[in-house]
Design a protein around this ligand. Structure first.
Ligand code: AMP
Ligand code: ZN
Length: 112
């Protein structure tokens, strides 16, 4: 499958790693939108958050455990935002589910 994030997960495309375990990889976004901008992905291909079912939803809980660990390790005491753009109107550009972890500046709400 021609999926850029599957290739990053497999180490076929290099990335700046922030965290890795058997199930997930966290790496720095190539086009950061905040001083801290990390992407957390399941290693197993899931096209988008719309593909989450009772069979695979455990990965979402695990990803949020990783978010909390990264926030602690990176000392994001002032807060952060986790975003999962989904589908065309959601602004998803890579068809492998990912969670943006954004921090290091005050983030506007609502998003544009
Ligand atoms: P989204 O637009 O929500 O689908 O997010 C995709 C994100 O992937 C964007 O923020 C891109 O900057 C990022 N991205 C695309 N290719 C790479 C890459 N090779 N390494 C790191 N981040 C990437
Ligand atoms: Zn993929």
């Amino acid at each position: 499958m021609d999926c850029i994030f599957c290739k990053i997960a497999a180490g076929e495309i290099p990335s700046k790693k922030a965290y890795e375990d058997e199930q997930v990889l966290a790496f720095y976004d190539i086009d950061p939108q905040a001083p801290v901008h990390i992407l957390i992905i399941p290693k197993r291909h899931i096209a988008s958050a719309s593909e989450i079912t009772s069979e695979n939803s455990g990965i979402v809980a695990h990803i949020y455990e990783v978010v909390a660990k990264l926030a602690k390790d990176l000392k994001l005491e002032k807060g952060y935002r986790v975003v999962t753009n989904t589908g065309e109107d959601g602004g998803q550009t890579v068809g492998h589910m990912h969670f943006h972890l954004l921090a290091g500046r005050s983030l506007a709400w609502p998003p544009g």
